[in-house]
Design a protein around this ligand. Sequence first.
Ligand code: PMV
Length: 322
Amino acid sequence: MQPATAIAHPNLAFIKYWGNRDDTLRLPSNGSISMTLAGLETRTRVVFDPSLKSDELSINAEPASDPALERVRQVLGLVRGMAGLSSYAHVESENNFPTGTGIASSASAFAALALASTNAAGLDLTEADLSRLARHGSGSACRSVPGGFVEWEAGSGDQDSFAVSIAPPDHWDLVDCIAVVGTEPKSTGSSQGNMLAGTSPLQAARVEDAPRRLEICRNAILKRDFEALAEIVELDSNLLHAVMMTSRPALFYWKPATLAVMQAVRQARSAGMPICYTLDAGPNVHVITPLTEANQVTGLLHDLLGVQDVLKATVGGPARLA
Ligand code: PMV
């Protein structure tokens, strides 16, 4: 069979996914909205080979084992089912961005895997079906299939829980300036963390208020209203981390420098700069600003104590075949 190679970008959630209604199907407790990150990418090559005795995976040229391999097997199993194939596959995946920097590599990885594996199996899926497939590997991966500004509707079940683009990449020239304050691997990954969300007494309130935040965020994007976006993005990130810190066991992802960056961002916004922060399951701070301010923001972040590096990403396109 012919090999296929696909490229996908990670994404940064403005309204976060955290907690599942169904852990196996990764049906989220609430909808989410993200920006696809250009420049950063995962490139994945898949070939189904009748001579293989099991699925094989390498990440950045190193053989990978469980749990990554197990999650890849699950997605490949679904693809085999759809294509009526019995062969195992050899998968090679490479990221052009450093791992452990708080950039969700699982999102770009499973989006690229969904596209490359279906193509290698001779299938031609719609964007919605690819997004559903990617969701099985990592929830946020469904948002790395479409490009630009993307919304994942929670949906009512497996069939209608997928992501769509709500605005193309050139709609709004925002930049994600990522202040790297730590690169050691996190003790609790987001897949595991997602399963703890329900143990926080704050999660129910976070989920109940999500439709309101989603609407404000969606409208802010459509109207390119930075002030409205900044307020809702920071509120949503604070809610996420309040849930994390109050789950059992408690998850604390921040380092002292994380808080220093958050404070500097809030101060700069009070002084009139269009800037806001958001954090995922890690200590690094994603600082959002319009392209016109990106150099100034990068300079500001570099000058803060504890900031090791600043990566920059503009708004990216959909997953594509190479
Ligand atoms: O898709 P997962 O299991 O890697 O979870 C992603 C969770 C967050 O990054 C914290 C939020 C999000 O919506 O991306």
